[in-house]
Write a protein that binds this ligand. Structure first.
Ligand SMILES: [Zn+2]
Ligand SMILES: [Zn+2]
Length: 348
């Protein structure tokens, strides 16, 4: 983490020094006169996100797709988790400031050299604006990930029915094939063909498709990053799989340092994460502006945590009040607390 943050800040400093004018332009609201527009994203990208317009929006210039997202799905969350790290889904702030949005290369560059995903932060962004992480914890060596079943959150009960959970920054993200997102797409489009369309984009800009090709044929001859180019007009792209590691563990495209996800909440968590606790999460009611409640059983006894946005004295931070309601004896989390997170997950 320290290394990646240092790299980010060095990259940011270099960008400030060399591209002062460009930086000024990027700090303009996207709604003001800038070179980025929705239309420049192209029909495929606009169509891919259009069913989730309340949660995610995109704009493009000639280089980037800028993505603004709540990073919250409009689906069930958290239910079914049996190894809870005591975190809950907290939304991010939708932004129209390009410099605070996710940046995905609009024209990805294929590279013969592979770049490993790190297991820290997102590897991709789904069409509903929810980040995708890989399926294993970061290696202690070189900050690169290789799949380890013992560290697969799907196998350790840490994922919900949608293959997502709230990570150490109280941020919601997927770690495997996003089943509820796919179901939502089928429901919105009234077509099962949507489950094999573009489900998201890796940080190198290449799209991630579903379990098969868009025409329904099996995804074959996948490389070690779960991608291929069939020379059929789709270009290089990745696939999901139902078997581990479920999504790419490496990038076959160049990953620009500029798109190091500033939203990576582990860099700026609101609260201390707990060790996975043996609770069963039974229900989640989420309200973006009101009271959200996550209900669980601990040793057969029900408890819940309720949380809601509360005023922040610091305009650069978002705060929430947490109340544990009737926590069972010995269960994790008690009492009340206010926790604040730097806006957009940026480090403070
Ligand atoms: Zn996670
Ligand atoms: Zn394919």
């Amino acid at each position: 983490m320290t290394t990646s943050r240092t790299k980010y800040f060095l990259a940011a400093l270099a960008a400030l020094a060399c591209l002062a004018l460009a930086s000024l332009a990027l700090n303009q609201p996207a709604t003001a006169s800038t070179t980025a527009t929705k239309a420049k994203c192209g029909t495929a990208r606009i169509n891919a996100v259009k069913y989730f317009s309340g949660n995610v929006s995109i704009m493009c210039d000639s280089t980037w797709m800028y993505v603004s997202s709540l990073e919250i799905p409009n689906d069930e969350m958290m239910v079914g988790i049996t190894g809870w790290n005591e975190q809950v889904p907290l939304p991010f702030v939708m932004s129209d400031v390009l410099s605070t949005m996710w940046k995905i290369p609009l024209k990805p560059t294929y590279s013969k050299t592979l770049t490993a995903t790190t297991g820290v932060g997102a590897t991709a962004l789904m069409v509903n604006g929810v980040p995708l992480f890989n399926a294993t914890k970061p290696s202690q060596v070189g900050n690169q990930s290789t799949y380890q079943a013992a560290a697969d959150p799907l196998l350790t009960g840490e994922l919900d029915h949608c293959d997502g959970h709230s990570g150490r920054g109280d941020d919601y993200h997927y770690h495997a094939y996003p089943t509820c997102l796919v179901s939502a797409l089928v429901s919105f489009t009234h077509s099962t063909s949507s489950k094999v369309g573009i489900l998201g984009w890796a940080l190198d800009g290449f799209p991630i498709y579903g379990l098969t090709e868009p025409n329904g044929t099996p995804a074959t001859k996948l490389d070690s990053c779960m991608g291929h180019d069939l020379k059929n007009g789709l270009g290089y792209h990745y696939h999901f799989s139902l078997s581990a590691p479920y999504s790419p563990m490496c990038f076959h495209g160049l990953v620009p340092p500029e798109n190091n996800p500033e939203h990576q909440p582990a860099a700026a968590p609101a609260r201390q994460a707990g060790a996975p606790a043996k609770v069963v999460i039974t229900a989640m009611h989420f309200e973006i502006a009101g009271k959200s409640t996550l209900s669980y059983n601990y040793n057969g006894a029900p408890g819940s945590v309720t949380y809601w946005p509360t005023a922040s004295a610091d305009p650069n931070k978002d705060c929430w009040q947490f109340d544990y309601v009737n926590p069972p004896a010995g269960s994790p989390g008690t009492g009340s607390q206010i926790a604040c997170r730097p806006r957009n997950g940026r480090g403070s």
